[in-house]
Design a protein around this ligand. Structure first.
Ligand code: NAD
Ligand code: MN
Length: 490
């Protein structure tokens, strides 16, 4: 028998187990140098412009328009024309066909959209690819199905469209929030003027291309870019019948004051300070995954984020130990890297707000933990953060941070958990982790929140209505409920 020649005395083992970079191809996206407003199916040359950037590098991406009140007027006029001259009278099954087409095109072009969403917004490509894009397409598919069934959704109530909808969306889920707004509006026979957030206009502008591909009649959807001044002009415009707003509670309140007495319809989806409640019988490792998904998903730029962790005292030590260990495995960095878990903060302004609130937490006496991680030099970054020793009165337990920052509180009894969870001016979402089904139901009945997740968090489905109580706003998006704000009844 010949002896095997041994060239190595040990198997070749890599010296380091770090992930290699796995960047998604940036050239899937072809950007223009300059974009106008999409009005009446045409590109309108903007009167004023500004530069939109990549928040992970601060590199400029494109020039986009800052719509003035004259441009708002043109867009509302185009939407009114389209409403009166065809769209509102179209057979519902025909409307549905356009929605199905849009959904299909979004699926076909999903990689391109995912890259663009991560480039302009800073979110990890894994999330834009696996969450934002599939859910956006799903919303169009879902509402396409309702378009010709409104009589069944609202029997004997003779539903008819409201007219021209002005829609204002935020920067945390630019394309998904656009889809949440446009899909139900079109399914119910309305026309739209939509304004994306000033820091993330590009996916809405690419969506205009999808509308042309789908051959949607001109003027049915118009897209204006610009900041709060453009939003303000849209809210004030007398030709708008309904405003749908998602964004900060402060701006939401000002819109509500502005519209009082005008007869315009309004829905508001505002901030949150959700409690994620962990009982001592919960599966701890799964709960840790849910906590991480609840607050570090999309850098915590999530209105329904589980930003207040309520832990039953008896499991406090093991749970926090596991959570801190899990945080050391989160990869913070390049949004276009497929291994990235936490991407860039959306803007300098948002980074300043997060830093200010985190500083207040330290001053008020909370204990801060951040895993060791190296943040890129350029761009806007914030390490995943956990605060323990938090009192209910601290600002970090009361105010929406909208960043990757978790505040941990404890409780002893279910009643105490409910009391603490409800001790907030918000009421958008909550999470309950327990093995007991009866406890889930009992908690869900007492928590004042629009969405309650049991043994999961941040799970979305177009068939499920989403929206708030109290200062989190009113009106629902998604599900059959999501049709109602866009309909008038006999
Ligand atoms: P914002 O409310 O100012 O912006 C949201 C949208 O409203 C944007 O499109 C913006 O251009 C527009 N807007 C601003 N002022 C307006 C006005 N006066 N009239 C009409 N439209 C107007 O939010 P922001 O300043 O980008 O973020 C501030 C805070 O708001 C965040 O830190 C976060 O707490 C919260 N926020 C919540 C959500 C959410 O999903 N609920 C989204 C974004 C921001
Ligand atoms: Mn603002």
């Amino acid at each position: 028998m010949t002896e095997l020649e041994r060239t190595h005395d040990r198997a070749p083992v890599p010296a380091s187990w770090d992930y290699a970079p796995a960047p998604e191809a940036r050239d899937l996206v072809q950007l223009r140098e300059r974009y106008g407003h999409f009005v009446g199916g045409e590109w309108l040359e903007p009167r004023e412009t500004y530069t939109t950037i990549d928040p992970s590098s601060e590199e400029p991406l494109a020039e986009v328009g800052q719509a003035t009140s004259e441009e708002v007027d043109l867009a509302v006029g185009a939407a009114r024309d389209a409403f009166e001259n065809g769209w509102s009278g179209l057979a519902p099954a025909e409307r549905a066909k356009y929605l199905y087409r849009i959904a299909r095109i979004l699926q076909e072009r999903s990689r391109e959209f995912a890259v663009l969403e991560s480039l302009n917004g800073g979110k990890p490509i894994r999330e834009s690819r696996d969450v934002d894009l599939p859910l956006s397409a799903a919303h169009f598919f879902y509402y396409a199905g309702w378009a010709d069934k409104l009589e069944y959704a609202f029997p004997n109530r003779k539903p008819r469209p409201v007219g021209v909808a002005g829609q204002i969306v935020p920067w945390n889920f630019p394309l998904l929030m656009l889809s949440w707004k446009i899909a139900p509006a079109l399914a119910t026979g309305n026309t739209v003027v939509l304004k994306p957030a000033e820091t993330t206009p590009l996916s809405a502008l690419l969506f205009a291309d999808v509308l042309r591909q789908a051959e949607l009649p001109p003027g049915v959807v118009n897209i204006l870019t610009g900041d709060g001044r453009t939003g303000g002009a849209l809210v004030k415009h007398p030709g708008v019948d309904k405003i749908a707003f998602t964004g900060s509670t402060e701006v939401g309140k000002s819109i509500q004051r502005e519209l009082a007495g005008t007869g315009k319809r309004l829905t508001l989806e505002l901030g949150g300070k959700a409690a994620n409640i962990i009982f001592d019988d919960a599966a701890l490792d799964q709960a840790v995954e849910g906590i991480v998904n609840g607050i570090y998903f999309n850098q915590g730029h999530v209105c329904c984020a589980g930003s207040r962790l309520l832990v039953q005292e008896s499991i406090y030590e093991p749970l926090i130990g596991k959570l801190k260990r899990r945080l050391t495995t989160l990869r913070v960095g390049d949004p276009l890297d497929k291994n990235t878990d936490v991407g860039a903060i959306n803007s300098q302004q948002q980074l300043d707000k997060i830093k200010e609130l985190v500083a207040s937490g330290e001053e008020e006496g909370a204990e801060i933990y951040q895993p060791p991680c190296r943040l890129p030099e350029k761009g806007y970054w914030f390490a995943p953060t956990v605060f323990t020793n938090v009192a209910q009165s601290y600002r970090i337990a009361q105010e929406e941070i909208f960043g990757p920052v978790l505040s941990v509180l404890t409780f002893r009894t279910p009643d105490e958990a409910v009391e603490k969870a409800n001790n907030t001016p918000f009421g958008l979402s909550a999470g309950v982790w327990t093995e007991k089904g009866s406890r889930i139901l009992a908690m869900a009945q007492q928590l004042r929140a629009g969405v309650i997740w049991a043994n999961t968090f941040n799970r979305f489905d177009p068939a499920s209505p989403f929206g708030g109580y109290k200062e989190s706003g009113f009106g629902r998006e998604g599900g059959r409920h999501g049709l109602e704000p866009y309909l008038d009844f006999e």
